[in-house]
Design a protein around this ligand. Structure first.
Ligand code: AMP
Length: 211
C-alpha cells in the first residue's frame, strides 16, 4: 500500500502531514503545485499562462496537468510508490491516474470552510517556502522567517478573493472525486480539525494497521 493520494482543502495540513507519511512509507512526495512552480520558473509562454491561473486560483487544464504528473510518476524514484499531494483534483485526472500508475489508498483530511479560511488568511511564507501562521505558528521575529531570515509574505493565492474561488472549485470537484474513490473502497477520512500531532497519529496508526 504505497501509492497514496492525499486530499484536503486549503489549510487542512496536507503538506505538513505529507512529509510524515512519505517518511513513514519511504516514498517520494509528488506535489502538483511544486511541479507547476518549477514550470513557472522557466518563464516560458506556457509558464506565464500557468502562473496567471495559479495566482487567480483557477485550475490548470487537465491535459496539461495530467501530462506533467504522469511524466513525474514514470521516474525510477516512483517505482517503489508515491504520495500524491494536489493531484488528482477531479475525476478526469483520477481516471488518467488509474489508467497509468494507479492508487492504493486515498487519505482525505477533512476540515470545514470556516477552519480553512481562518488557517489560510493568517498563513505566511518566505521565498524558500517555510510556512508560518500569524496566530497558530508565529515566527520569533514578526515578518521574518526563523529558518532563513527571509521576509515573510502572503501567497498570492491565499488572498481572500483567490481563497474563496479555490474553496468553491475544491468543493465542486472534490465531492465527485470522493465518491469516485469511495465506490472503489479506497477512501479513508481523517478529522483535520484536531492538532497537527493528533492528525499525524491518526494517519500513522491507520497506515501501521494496514501495512
Ligand atoms: P495547491 O497549493 O495545491 O492549492 O495548488 C496551487 C494551484 O496550483 C491551484 O490553485 C491550481 O492553480 C494549481 N494546481 C495544483 N494542482 C492542480 C491540479 N491537480 N489540477 C489543476 N491545477 C492544479
Amino acid at each position: 500500500m504505497k501509492r497514496i493520494v492525499l486530499l484536503g482543502s486549503q489549510g487542512s495540513g496536507k503538506s505538513t502531514q505529507s512529509k510524515l507519511i512519505a517518511e513513514f512509507l519511504g516514498v517520494e512526495i509528488i506535489s502538483s503545485s511544486r511541479i507547476l512552480r518549477e514550470v513557472v520558473k522557466r518563464q516560458t509562454d506556457i509558464g506565464k499562462k500557468i502562473k496567471k491561473l495559479m495566482v487567480e486560483g483557477s485550475l490548470i487544464p487537465d491535459t496539461h496537468m495530467i501530462n506533467l504528473m504522469l511524466e513525474e510518476l514514470r521516474a525510477p524514484s516512483c517505482m517503489n510508490g508515491y504520495l500524491l499531494d494536489g493531484f488528482p483534483r477531479n475525476v478526469v485526472q483520477a481516471e488518467a491516474l488509474d489508467e497509468s500508475c494507479g492508487v492504493d489508498k486515498v487519505l482525505n483530511i477533512e476540515i470545514s470552510d470556516e477552519v480553512s479560511i481562518k488557517r489560510i488568511e493568517g498563513r505566511r511564507i518566505c521565498d524558500n517556502r517555510h510556512v508560518f501562521h500569524v496566530d497558530f505558528k508565529p515566527p520569533q521575529q514578526e515578518g521574518i522567517c526563523d529558518h532563513c531570515q527571509q521576509p515573510l509574505h502572503q501567497r498570492e493565492d491565499d488572498k481572500p478573493e483567490a481563497v474563496s474561488k479555490r474553496l468553491a472549485i475544491y468543493h465542486k470537484n472534490t465531492e465527485k472525486l470522493l465518491k469516485y474513490y469511495d465506490n472503489k473502497n479506497k477512501l479513508v477520512v481523517f478529522n483535520g480539525e484536531h492538532s497537527i500531532e493528533e492528525v499525524a497519529q491518526d494517519i500513522l496508526d491507520y497506515l501501521k494497521a494496514n501495512a
